[in-house]
Ligand binder design. Structure first.
Ligand code: GFB
Length: 314
């Protein structure tokens, strides 16, 4: 990407989009085009068209999505499938119609089959049944991948798709019901420490394993791939290391300095047992994650404390 290229980051207020904007600004890109949700409703085909027609966009990072943790995904599958499909159709189609030079689509590792062979390689896509707790979201994301692939085949566009593992970082959602596990636990342990609660409740059995990537690492990988990758296949983005939810809870508990007990609420879903991805393709392309989970957790807790007043329930 040229430094004066017009780059649209869809979803620039979110966890992923805001990290991409920070990284682009640090690298000296100065024609970033962004719209808040109030300024542009990405589910409105006409409005998205007017935006693309008037802005002459060169590159698109499609980071806008309706996202949430395991409970939000299970409770609102209709909203997850509808909003994500609409955003993808509108942004991808208008990118094509207005001659965008390259688009990067953000998928998710939940697109892989529930029982995929571990570590999960990109070739596992559509090889088996999906995890039921996030099937609707996963199907929308798979459709996004297939849209990019189809537009490339039929129209000769250059749209690439990346599959990030579970993410965390600035501008995360700390709502107790809709958030992902990492921010949820930061808030739970912090609240319990402040109010002197004797125990913290962690959902599920604590046995599922997850891999966590800091959003600054993800942003760096996305920009790297925008500049260095034009292939037809999807690319996993992660660290290639996993830990159990119990281990994650223990680490967060320690960082926050909470001394009470951890209890597990097995009435809540575990979700997929494991989803560690194979990142050898990304490494072979020349990129590796640099933020360790311990560093990332320390940073996240510092930022959480600094922004306590602005942490709003989304
Ligand atoms: O991060 P999470 O909500 O989503 O949950 P997934 C991960 C694991 O942490 C599950 C457990 O086994 C949860 O039961 N967990 C323990 C908790 N305590 C908590 C808590 O307080 N809050 C939450 N949220 N979980 C999501 C998908 O799956 O992963 C999305 O639903 C998306 O579609 C995302 O793909 C990356 O890792 O299970």
């Amino acid at each position: 990407m040229e430094k004066d290229a017009r780059i649209y980051v869809a979803g620039h207020k979110g966890l992923v989009g805001s990290a991409i904007v920070r990284n682009l600004q640090d690298r000296g890109f100065h024609h970033l085009v962004c719209r808040t949700h109030d300024e542009l409703d990405l589910t409105d085909y006409q409005k998205v068209g007017e935006f693309f027609q008037s802005e002459n966009i060169d590159y698109v990072f499609l980071a806008a999505a309706k996202v949430g943790g395991i409970l939000a995904n299970s409770q609102y599958p209709a909203e997850f499938i509808k909003e994500n499909l609409m955003i993808e159709i509108n942004v991808i189609d208008w990118s094509y119609k207005t001659g965008v030079r390259k688009l990067l689509f953000l998928g998710s590792t939940c697109i892989y089959p529930r029982m995929a062979e571990q570590p999960i390689r990109e070739s596992e896509l559509l090889n088996g049944t999906l995890e039921p707790t996030n099937e609707a979201y996963a199907l929308a994301k798979i459709t996004g991948i297939k849209m990019c692939e189809s537009y490339n085949k039929q129209y000769g566009t250059n749209y690439i798709s990346v599959m990030p593992t579970n993410l965390y970082g600035p501008n995360d959602n700390y709502n107790q019901v809709t958030s992902h596990v990492l921010p949820a636990l930061v808030r739970k342990f912090y609240d319990a420490k402040r109010s002197g609660d004797p125990y913290v409740t962690v959902w599920g059995t604590g046995r599922p394993k997850r891999e966590f990537l800091h959003s600054d690492d993800l942003a760096d990988a996305c920009i790297y791939l925008m500049d260095h990758y034009d292939g037809p296949d999807i690319v996993n983005i992660g660290v290639g290391k996993e830990l159990t939810i119990r281990e994650l809870a223990e680490r967060i508990k320690k960082i926050i300095g909470y001394t009470g007990e951890i209890r597990f609420d097995t009435s809540k879903p575990d979700g997929t047992p494991r989803k560690m991805i194979d990142v050898s393709k990304l490494n072979d392309l020349g990129w590796k994650a640099t933020i360790s989970l311990d560093q990332g957790l320390e940073r996240t807790y510092r930022e959480f404390l600094l922004n306590l007043n602005e942490i709003v329930d989304r």
